[in-house]
Ligand binder design. Structure first.
Ligand SMILES: NC(=O)c1ccc[n+]([C@@H]2O[C@H](COP(=O)([O-])OP(=O)(O)OC[C@H]3O[C@@H](n4cnc5c(N)ncnc54)[C@H](O)[C@@H]3O)[C@@H](O)[C@H]2O)c1
Length: 258
């Protein structure tokens, strides 16, 4: 596809974009399909280079792949500078998708695990928002889309327990409060809350039979695809969603109806 004007004048920054079957890469690909330039970020250095190459093979929008640890403010600061130096258009959207789940039962959760899960999911989201918002404020366009989970709303998930639920619930609070603060700048802040999505996040903790059982328990009788989730992230970054902010956008096939 060709590099469009309009949204094509903006860059979408997507974290957690290295996993080949993950939501992050699918979202990066969807932004590209809609004409956005894309910055793909992930802690997995080889994986993110491969993702960027894959995106370039599939589309002709400008893109960059950067090894970034979202828990490290210096690493994020370097990414802000590298995106600007690469000559990409101004950042118009940040999709905070990097995450880490934990199936460990509560009494076995030590402080290090608690801290790690909160750091990647919640603190990473905070740091990314703080690093990229100044240019969005200057440009008077910004869309922040944060990844939560049904685990935050229903009291845990199949493989995700307390630290993960706490972190993802924290993301809902951060999203609501930041939405109110950023409204005067015309910037929207929303959270996406999926149910079960077919990715490798449960790798090692599940098998085919279990995955089929998870799908059967969903009223719509399937797990979400990564493209289901990607489409919502990109729509919440568009001009069309300009009056929607502070929301928790459930996308779970009816498994949690609030
Ligand atoms: N798969 C599901 O069922 C599901 C459901 C609800 C929410 N989510 C959320 O969606 C997001 C993506 O999940 P997925 O299933 O694609 O997972 P995934 O494990 O396939 O991808 C997560 C990515 O985050 C990256 N990452 C981890 N720590 C990082 C760090 N410190 N800095 C930068 N990147 C880091 C990983 O390298 C990986 O590429 C996560 O936030 C997850 O919690 C997933």
């Amino acid at each position: 596809m060709s590099y469009q004007t309009g949204v094509g004048q903006r860059t979408a920054v997507v974290t957690g974009a290295a996993a080949p079957r993950g939501i992050g890469y699918a979202t990066a690909r969807r932004y590209a399909r809609e004409g956005w330039a894309v910055a793909l970020l992930d802690i997995d250095q080889n994986g993110i280079a491969a993702s960027n190459q894959r995106l370039r093979d599939e589309s002709d929008v400008p893109s960059i792949g950067l090894a970034v640890d979202v828990t490290d403010p210096d690493s994020i600061k370097r990414a802000v500078a590298e995106i600007a130096e690469a000559g990409l258009p101004p950042v118009g959207a940040v999709a905070n998708i990097a995450g880490l789940a934990s199936p460990v039962p509560f009494l076995d959760v030590d402080l290090a695990l608690w801290q790690k899960v909160l750091d990647v999911n919640l603190t990473g989201t905070f740091l990314m928002c703080q690093a990229f918002l100044p240019q969005m404020i200057d440009n008077r366009y910004g869309r922040i889309v944060n990844m939560s989970s049904v685990s935050a709303q229903q009291g845990g998930g199949v493989f995700s327990k307390t630290p993960y639920s706490a972190a993802k619930a924290g993301i809902l609070g951060l999203t609501r409060s930041l939405a109110r603060e950023m409204a005067e700048h015309g910037i929207t802040v929303n959270a996406v809350s999926p149910g079960v999505v077919a990715t490798d996040i449960r790798a090692g903790a599940t098998d085919e039979e279990n995955e089929a059982r998870l799908a059967a328990a969903v009223p719509l009788k399937r797990q979400a695809t990564v493209d289901d989730i990607a489409a919502l992230f990109v729509w919440l970054s568009s001009e069309d969603s300009s009056y929607i902010t502070g929301g928790t956008h459930n996308i779970n096939g009816g498994s949690y109806i609030a």
